[in-house]
Design a protein around this ligand. Structure first.
Ligand code: AMP
Length: 128
């Protein structure tokens, strides 16, 4: 069972920003930038291009809505999107508020307090 499935089942906590029957979005715990969010299908699958075309399209639709909410919440030049999965083998889309190329490079990280995570998740959630 992946760590993201444990989040989905409520076994471990997350800073949730959005959810429907098939997907969940929560803040990345080690963010590249403030507002870095992961969008995850509830059905555990390892690689994004192993999803059915329908599930892939639904994931993109949900990610689109989450990106709009992040953009509404945080001032940034644009929302970047990345799919990696080398650390957690459960499909997820990274949505990252970008102001500079470094924000999408997974090298620099920002430290947020628990209180900042909670507030941020609430703010994005309200704009969803
Ligand atoms: P990757 O699999 O390379 O796309 O990276 C996995 C991402 O998941 C990283 O950005 C981690 O910071 C993030 N991550 C790992 N565990 C958690 C967690 N429990 N809650 C939120 N984000 C996580």
């Amino acid at each position: 069972m992946s760590i993201f499935t444990k989040i989905i089942t409520g076994e471990i906590p997350s800073y949730k920003v959005a959810e429907n029957a098939d997907f969940i979005a929560f803040l990345d715990i080690n963010p590249n930038a403030k507002g870095h969010t992961l969008v995850v299908p509830k059905k555990e699958e390892n690689k994004i291009f192993d999803l059915s075309k329908e599930d892939y399209t639904s994931l993109m639709d949900f990610s689109y809505q989450v990106a709009k909410a992040i953009e509404k919440t945080l001032p940034c030049k644009r929302i970047g999107m990345s799919v990696i999965g080398l650390e957690v083998p459960h499909v997820h889309v990274h949505l990252i508020p970008l102001n500079a190329m470094g924000d999408i490079q997974f090298m620099q990280k920002v430290a947020l307090s628990k209180c900042e995570f909670v507030t941020l998740a609430e703010e994005i959630s309200k704009n969803f």
